[in-house]
Design a protein around this ligand. Structure first.
Ligand SMILES: [Zn+2]
Ligand SMILES: [Zn+2]
Ligand SMILES: [Zn+2]
Length: 274
């Protein structure tokens, strides 16, 4: 259960985004989203066809039930133990309730898929409007994984999830005061980043191994690059002024206010979200 905090200057009213320092995200690009949409459409088409068949089947069963009832009435008219026989065949085959539950479940499936398709179309529209190759889709709490699965698919491989999902921290540039979100992965003190997507032990040791594998005094640039790409997602760099003097909300707690330089940034608890 993450907290809802406010991050504010004790003096001047400067504030950062409220919440728990950031949010989980999953990266989406046009190729991926379009593939997901076309796959979904395929499955929905198939379901639609099956639904039609079930409807036909229901009609057949309805007719059959009527025919059998008529037949049983015929037996009764002939005095051939009609009543007992009717009970017998009803218990044996349950003709009346043959396919209704499956039918309802299938309809719910179509509803769920159309909802997913609508959400994917929204993401696709955002990609088009911003004219960006890739966007980070926020995964709201709770149910972060649902959004991840929506974008990557229910059967997404763990490696793909690791590659595409992350945690965007609320950041501020100490030089120009621009506020933005970035996945730094080296920030201090945010336990929620650990809970979500901190680099794990495997990534850490993979980096160490790469370092030890170098048989030279000076570690080549590409090796450093490989390690930091594994480890980091974004650099500490303000997208507005280019300054590397960037801090996250969590790192500013107890630090001087970047705006008035007199007050201190305080964390004020405002409850928790389940
Ligand atoms: Zn201030
Ligand atoms: Zn800046
Ligand atoms: Zn919760």
């Amino acid at each position: 259960m993450p907290p809802i905090n406010e991050y504010k200057c004790s003096k001047c009213g400067f504030s950062l985004q409220r919440g728990w320092g950031g949010y989980k995200y999953v990266e989406a690009d046009a190729a991926l989203i379009n593939e997901r949409i076309s796959k979904l459409s395929e499955v929905m088409e198939m379901l639609e066809k099956i639904n039609q068949k079930i409807t036909e089947e229901e009609r057949v069963i309805e007719n059959l039930t009527r025919d059998i009832s008529d037949l049983m009435r015929g037996f009764e008219d002939l005095g051939l133990e009609g009543l007992e026989w009717r009970r017998g065949i009803r218990d044996k085959y349950d003709v009346l309730h043959a396919s209704t539950p499956q039918f309802v479940r299938f309809n719910q499936e179509v509803d769920l898929l159309s909802k997913q398709k609508r959400e994917l179309k929204r993401i696709e529209k955002r990609l088009r409007m911003r004219d960006q190759e890739e966007i980070r889709v926020e995964c709201p709490h709770p149910g972060e994984l649902d959004t991840v699965m929506l974008v990557l698919g229910r059967n997404a491989a763990p490696d793909l999830i690791k590659e595409r999902a992350g945690f965007n921290s609320h950041c501020v540039c100490l030089d120009c005061l621009h506020q933005f979100d970035a996945d730094l992965r080296d920030e201090i003190a945010n336990q929620w980043r650990l809970y979500y997507d901190a680099p794990d032990g495997v990534t850490f040791f993979r980096g160490l191994k790469k370092l030890f594998a170098v048989n030279e005094k000076c570690i080549p640039r590409e090796v450093w690059k490989g390690i930091s790409e594994d480890w980091k997602k974004d650099g500490r760099k303000c997208p507005q002024c280019g300054s590397s003097n960037v801090k996250t909300a969590f790192e500013l707690i107890g630090e001087p206010c970047p705006k008035c330089k007199e007050g201190t940034i305080e964390e004020i608890a405002r409850g928790i979200v389940c």
